[in-house]
Design a protein around this ligand. Structure first.
Ligand code: FCB
Length: 450
């Protein structure tokens, strides 16, 4: 089949209103870490610790997106996306995490949102993609303190009030498992705490803050959809041994059921509470009802399957399977399986794939980046998403991670996920061949619609 025919055939597998987009986050692309009144975030602090970021870098400059907003928005037009998912930096809006908003911070996101609307692109806003105002960490231990959930509610109310009339949807948190587990149990991400009890409490406070923020947004913008974004991965056991099977069930509890059950069933899974024992979080009466209020959508970030082994850490790849530059297995069928499992085990709101993508060692040759592997990764996962729809999953959108190569957290700038290559010396952006393919797909899908 010719390329154009195969793209058309792929589009036909998606409903006409399906939302195609790309995603990014504030700390990973904006730079301008101390400009226009922005306060420091826990990532600004964390990156200063020796040895925590692979290349010793930080997001201080990143893609300099803050100063290149208009030309970066033009890339979205070039791609022909329906929607752009980005996050708002809380310390740009409230430099210390509390009190009156910083008008210049709001003005930046107003320009961003208005720029999208002028280009006919829907703004999908994430309120928290890990850049907590550092002042809240210093004063009260950040998410370990229950009060931070209330501060988050106030921040959400400010954003909903000032920007909420123009956004297509609000996601409260991006991947609260990462905030809790990588940030507070393994200490690999900011704020770099290593304490399982604190991590469990943090996960509860993040979920509580989701509930509080959702209420606050709905109070001012009842018409705007509100949801949350989780990183979910199907967990398989390395062997059929009872110990591996039990480990897989526990890992599924910690990553998937802890969040899904709380949000959709209003209770944490009993087996995980039993496992945490004395480290289980303190929960006040009414918390679970707040957490489990109706979601307008659930965002799923999917990258790889997880293989569980008794007695050693889980792995993001089956031995010998194809992997990306992150060491993550390329397993599109696991995406279909994951979505089908969610639809089987839960009464779900509409789903969106809010992130999916791959890092590869891109090279610029003669001014071009031929990233066949990324294009194949994306195409196979888009097909897997279509398979899920055909199996009855109510999937409404798909966002590629990411628009630009960017600051990949503890991996620094070495891992490139972008559809656009970024030359960090000059800040030039170069469309990779995967971008050209994705743009063709989105144009073809849009044509079907008109
Ligand atoms: C996700 C994050 C995103 C990016 C991708 C590769 O977990 O949400 O910021 O780092 O992984």
């Amino acid at each position: 089949m010719s390329d154009a025919r195969s793209i058309e055939a792929l589009c036909r597998r998606f409903p006409p209103g399906f939302v195609w987009g790309v995603a990014s986050s504030s700390y990973q692309i904006e730079g301008a870490a101390a400009e226009d009144g922005k306060g420091p975030s826990i990532w600004d602090d964390f990156c200063k610790r020796p040895g925590v970021i692979a290349d010793g870098s930080s997001g201080a400059v990143a893609c300099d997106h803050y100063h290149r907003l208009d030309t970066d928005l033009d890339l979205l037009t070039e791609l022909a996306v329906d929607a752009y998912r980005f996050s708002i930096s809380w310390p740009r809006i409230q430099p210390t995490g509390a009190g009156a908003p910083n008008e210049s911070g709001l003005a930046f996101y107003e320009r961003l949102i208005d720029g999208l609307l002028r280009r006919n692109i829907k703004p999908y806003v994430t309120l928290y993609h890990w850049d907590l105002p550092a002042a809240l960490q210093h004063a009260q231990g950040g998410w370990a303190a229950r009060d931070t959930a209330h501060r988050f509610r106030d921040y959400a109310a400010i954003v909903a009030q000032r920007l909420g009339d123009r956004v297509a949807s609000f996601a409260t948190h991006n991947e609260p498992w990462v905030t809790a587990t990588l940030g507070h149990e393994l200490g690999l991400f900011a704020p770099g705490v290593r304490n399982r009890a604190i991590a469990a409490q943090v996960s509860h406070h993040c979920l509580l803050s989701h509930g509080l923020a959702a209420q606050a947004i709905r109070a001012v913008r009842p018409e705007t959809p509100v949801g949350i974004v989780l990183n979910l991965s199907p967990i398989t056991h390395a062997t059929q041994s009872g110990a591996d099977v039990a480990q897989a069930a526990l890992e599924d509890g910690l990553l998937v059921r802890w969040y899904m059950d709380a949000l959709l069933k209003g209770a944490y899974p009993a087996d995980v509470l039993g496992h945490l024992a004395a480290d289980a979080p303190r929960i006040e009466s009414g918390d679970m009802q707040l957490i489990a209020q109706p979601l307008d959508f659930l965002g799923v970030n999917y990258y790889y399957p997880t293989i569980a082994y008794a007695g050693k850490p889980a792995s993001p790849a089956t031995p010998g399977a194809p992997i990306t530059d992150m060491g993550w297995e390329v397993a599109p069928a696991s995406l279909t399986g994951l979505l089908a499992r969610l639809a089987r085990d839960y009464v779900l709101p509409p789903l969106m794939i809010t992130e999916n993508g791959a890092a590869y060692r891109d090279r610029v040759e003669n001014g071009r980046v031929e990233d066949k592997a990324r294009r194949e990764y994306l195409e196979s996962h888009v097909r897997a998403a279509a398979d899920a729809i055909e199996r009855g999953v109510d999937l409404r959108g798909y966002f590629v991670w990411s628009l630009l190569d960017n600051f990949e957290w503890a991996s620094g700038y070495d891992k490139r996920f972008g559809l656009y290559y970024v030359d960090y010396a000059t800040q030039a952006r170069i469309a990779k061949s995967s971008a050209t393919w994705y743009a063709r797909l989105m144009r073809a899908c849009r044509l079907r619609r008109s």
